[in-house]
Design a protein around this ligand. Sequence first.
Ligand SMILES: Cc1cc2nc3c(=O)[nH]c(=O)nc-3n(C[C@H](O)[C@H](O)[C@H](O)COP(=O)(O)OP(=O)(O)OC[C@H]3O[C@@H](n4cnc5c(N)ncnc54)[C@H](O)[C@@H]3O)c2cc1C
Length: 236
Amino acid sequence: MEVVDYDPELPAIKFSDESWEVADWVVACDGVKSKAVRIVSGGETPPKATGMSAFSMVIPDEKMASVKEMFKENNLIREKFNKDNGTVWFIRGGDRRLVVWWTCRFGKIQAFDMLMPDNEKYASNEEWTARCDKVCSRVPPDTLHKGKLCMLGDALHPTPPFRAQGGSQSIEDAGALERIATNIVDKSDLPRRLEMLDRLRVSRYPCAQMISSVRQDDLNLDERYIEVPSQCRKWF
Ligand SMILES: Cc1cc2nc3c(=O)[nH]c(=O)nc-3n(C[C@H](O)[C@H](O)[C@H](O)COP(=O)(O)OP(=O)(O)OC[C@H]3O[C@@H](n4cnc5c(N)ncnc54)[C@H](O)[C@@H]3O)c2cc1C
């Protein structure tokens, strides 16, 4: 059921049927369109479009049999289907166009991301059944909690996918959360634990987020890389 509101102090979550659920601690991982971030950062912080769109798709390996057959004489493509080979392909086109092709689940699934500048024609073209989303980001908040409500994942740090860091940072968030939640014997210890979580994470995810935005500006990569350390200093 959809979560429509949070009370960070109780803490509690409100569902779309108007019911409230009270807990000892609430962890919001409600993605890039998070409702929790407004409460934690104390104001409206809508995600901003980066100017790039992405198609993502996964295809079962057996459905690509005709592609394998068509390119069986091509060493490079044949090798891409080799189940013992974990390569990721980055295929760059002009004007920030990028296709990433990798293999998951030990060769059972072929996965593709196609990144390109926003173009409404792609999004509305009925020949495309793959999902096209605008890639969004948001200035990272200075804290990841308010009261007994904390956030992790894209809710906290929606990260442009140009360095494959969004999911990785979310896994790091979860690892840090596990550490600080271990051996809590008294609820009164929670505020101190959440401060520890802030200290572990707030200097970390903004750097991954900022460095991931650099590739959006292909033409000025060197200048953008130089800017990143001073942009990140704010969170140290
Ligand atoms: C094109 C593309 C390629 C990427 N490639 C990589 C990569 O190679 N490596 C990598 O590490 N990361 C990658 N990422 C980033 C990665 O996908 C995200 O960082 C990751 O999915 C974030 O996980 P999450 O659980 O925080 O958010 P989400 O995956 O967005 O999950 C949020 C969940 O919350 C639910 N939800 C939202 N609002 C509510 C609500 N109000 N009530 C109830 N439920 C709600 C949603 O339905 C969803 O299930 C990529 C992203 C994109 C767009």
